[in-house]
Design a protein. Structure first.
Lengths: 316, 316
DNA sequence: AATACTTACGTAACTACTTACGGTAATTCC
DNA sequence: GGAATTACCGTAAGTAGTTACGTAAGTATT
């Protein structure tokens, strides 16, 4: 199919599907040729059973052949109806269904052997016609996917793209509303707004900037989607606070950009330590802080009720 | 999945299926991430349409993306409902349905572009982690399959195996019944038994062997499954005749074994030419004769009504 | 012009899996 | 020792394709 070369690797799923269909279709005819009473779809289950003398559970078969347990359950039902297997509840554990090849199923093993040998040989030849080692490449692909699936790989590209389209700018008067609303949004969602919140959110100029802090805003395609503040504690210690990203802009890696920017500001201001307080309930936030380099510490209790975790980042 | 290394290449179809499922599943999430109103399964159709300005027919899309026309028909229906395409009967040919991207569909193209770029990049990276070139290997595999599909490759192994289990023996008195029945079986199926048939089938000793001919029988697992005779025409010319293989033993390449054996006999007898008469209706037989090296000739008319083709093989 | 064949298409039913869900048995946690 | 959680399994419904089949339109043949 030249289509796949034209579309490129995006259609890799379709390509596998198509190949699978081709092979499945041929398999049906091959099973017919050898006239063994085994449906092609039963083969993986049959194979596993033929190597397990004492019987084996549904989910263990599923695990071995990489299907869902539901699939195995259905396959076994079919094989049972065909008289190839017997299944009964385990004596030790009443949940498990122990499946064994019946005498009839056992009798199939030598008959399958010829077919197995011939098909294997034919496929080997097919694969040998290629200059690349497909079998190995498939193994490598599966290993790579196991290590990190495609979704998370694409997510990374996505975030990078979104981040490139996001500008981090310094706070100015026109951001005051956005700054307040972004923060109220998440506080109200998870907690109750406290008095100390209102104070700093309503007038960040006096409560944060004037005492020597900083505020940055994230703008995506012209609209403000996130913010983060740095509050001066003393000459060497600053607190990261008021980190907020709008609902719609989550998952774009904007928190990461804000964090990076605010740490940069802290460095510029001569900080040696950035401190923060949060709540373990906010799992994604904690994960972000950890990724930014923050480590958990225990310090004096926070004035905010909602905080149950404190973290710090040492700057050098 | 170590299962596939354990089972070997026989499970290649399952392996493709599994990979396809993995990618399809990830694709669903990726499409969600980019929030384009396009279902993953629509992508191939969408892709083709985005490259065809003037509209394109259902079956042409199917041909390009390698689906069945029915599949495309269903996909287009879905896309139509989603407002992405419009379709109408062609003015020139009332059978064809011309499909074009709607304005809404066109608007999707730039939105898809980012996703396309990111996914392609991610998959490329995934593939690059392997030491073997999977993409190329898949192309090679498809090309090999196009040239000769798996079924016919396996069939070859199957025939070789069956042939190895088949013995070719010389005719002796105890084969007389089998010789007659095997031949009557196919003559009655396709034609009417003629007087000259009965003569030679009832007493092959006098009509074939005594005048200097030969008969061989094919035995598979102890039972006679085929026969072939050589009739002396003169010192240099022999006729291959009475080739018959039992219904149940067809497709095992037994005709080939019989033909080879009888040609060997002809050579031993000092023949320079083997001649035969047949009917073009019997396509598999003609194909076999051709494979054995026979070429079509025109000679004097045959005494058998059913014969409409004559062939010859020169021996050196 | 009537007839037979071919082509394009859509619908229905099937395939080989999946996820979702619910029931039951075993295990863990106070 | 009871409650909550976890594990195992089967059934039902969904998915992305397929084949089978019927219909309508076009083409070739007599």
């Amino acid at each position: 199919m030249e289509f796949f070369d034209r579309v490129g690797t995006m259609a890799i799923g379709s390509r596998f599907r198509r190949l699978s269909d081709i092979f499945t279709d041929d398999a049906r005819h091959i099973y017919q040729l050898y006239d063994v009473g085994l449906e092609p779809k039963w083969f993986p289950v049959f194979y596993v059973l033929s190597h397990e003398d004492g019987g084996i559970s549904t989910s263990e078969i599923a695990r071995q052949i990489g299907h869902s347990h539901a699939s195995v359950s259905q396959l076994v039902k079919g094989m049972d109806r065909a008289g190839l297997v017997t299944s009964e509840r385990s004596a030790e554990d009443g949940r498990v269904n122990v499946i064994v090849l019946s005498a009839e199923g056992q009798a199939l093993i030598p008959k399958i052997r010829d077919q197995y040998a011939d098909v294997t040989e034919a496929v080997q030849e097919l694969l040998a016609e290629s200059h690349s080692d497909l079998w190995r490449a498939l193994g490598d692909l599966e290993a790579s996917l196991e290590e990190r699936d495609l979704l998370s790989r694409v997510k990374q590209k996505y975030q990078r793209r979104q981040q490139a389209e996001t500008d981090i700018v310094d706070y100015s008067a026109e951001h005051s509303e956005a700054f307040r609303d972004l923060n109220l949004e998440w506080i109200e969602r998870y907690f109750e707004v406290e008095d100390s919140d209102r104070e700093s959110l309503d007038d960040p100029q006096h409560t944060i900037l004037d005492p020597g802090g900083a505020i940055v805003m994230a703008c995506h395609h012209g609209t403000v989607v996130g913010t983060c503040a740095l509050i001066k504690m003393d000459d060497e210690r600053y607190e990261l606070a008021k980190m907020a990203v709008s609902e719609a802009a989550r998952g774009k890696g904007i928190g990461w950009l804000l964090g990076r920017a605010i740490i940069e500001r802290a460095r510029d201001l001569g900080a040696t330590t950035v401190y923060l307080e949060s709540n373990t309930m906010l799992t994604p936030a904690i994960a972000l802080y950890r990724k930014l380099g923050f480590k958990r510490v225990t310090g004096p209790p926070s004035p905010y009720h909602r905080c149950n975790i404190q973290m710090e980042l040492e700057l050098h």
